[in-house]
Design a protein. Sequence first.
Length: 342
Amino acid sequence: MRHGATEEEIQRVVGVIREMGYQARPMPGAQRTAVGLVGNDGRVDSSRLEGLPGVQEVIHVSRPYKQVSREWKPENTVVRLPGGVTVGGTDVVVIAGPCSVESERQIIEAARIVREAGAVILRGGAFKPRTSPYSFQGLGRPALKLLARARDETGLLVCTEAMDAEGVGWVTEIADIIQIGARNMQNFSLLRAAGRAGKPVLLKRGISATITELLLSAEYLLAEGNQDVILCERGVRGFDTMTRNLFDLSAIPVVQKLSHLPIIADPSHGTGLRDKVIPMARAAVAAGADGVMIEVHPNPDEAKSDGAQSLFPDQFAQLMREVRVIAEVIGRRIAEPAPVGA
Ligand code: PEP
Ligand code: MN
C-alpha cells in the first residue's frame, strides 16, 4: 500500500482478495503496510487489485515459498526471546550445551559452564532422534524438567527438540525455542503442530535437503501463523567421509538473500569432530550467521551422544573469546547473557 494509505483502503484490498477466493494477510511495516495474498496455486490475476485506492504496486512472489521470501517481506525478521535476547538483529547468539540431557548434575553443570563463557541459550535434547534404535534415546519428559531447572539456576533460555506432534505439547511447556531436527525437516504434521505452538521454532536443514526445501519447510511454520522461525545450517550428506557432514557455509549468505528469516549455524553436527568445530564456528560468524549452536559437554569422553564433536569447557570459552572479536569486525556483537539474578 502507499505510504499513508488509510485503514479503509487497506480493508478494501483485504475484502477484494477474499472475494477472489484467497486469504489476505495485512502486514504493517515501518514505512507502509503490505497486504499478502495466500492460498493461490499459480499466478493470480491482479488487475482488480492494481486500480484500488491506496495500492502502490502488486508484487508477484516468484519463489515457490512465499511468506519466508524477501519479496514478501524485505526487512530482516528479528525473533524476540524472553529477557530481551534477539535473533536476526545486530546480536549474534550463541546456543550451547550437550547433545543430550543425561542427568540433573550433567545439565546443570553444562549450563553453568556455557553461561560462564557467555552463551545465552542452553541446548540439550530430551528426545533424541538416533540412527540406531539401540543408541541412547534421551531421558524423555523428565529431561524437560531438568532443562527448566537449569534455566532457573542460570537464567539461560532453553532450546530443545520435539520429535513428533505429541512431543510439541510437552516441549512447548518448557522450551523457549522448539527445535525441529534435521531428520524431521519434512515431517509436515510436526511442522504444522510446531507452527501452532506459539513458541519460536529452530528449523534444522535436512540431511539431504536443498535450500529451497528448507525454505518450503519453514513456509509450513509461517503458514500456520508462526513468524518466529530461525533456520539452521547443520551440514548435508557429502561424499567424503573425512567429516560427518559437508558443512555448507555458503548456505548462510544464500538464505539471507532469499529469506528475511534469521539463520544460525551448527558446526558441531556440520563437521562431527571437535577440532573442526572451532574453525568452522569462527567461519560461520564471519560469514554472517545470526548465531551458532555448539555442543559442549562437561566431560565429552563420557557423553551418551555426540561426544566426539562436543567441545571441552575450556575450548568453548576460548571459542567465545574469538567469536567476540570476529563479530565486531563485521559490525555485530555476541549477545551477552543478562546479569545473574536480573
Ligand atoms: C542435535 O541437535 O543434537 C541433532 C540431533 O541435530 P540434527 O537434527 O541436526 O542431526
Ligand atoms: Mn547432537
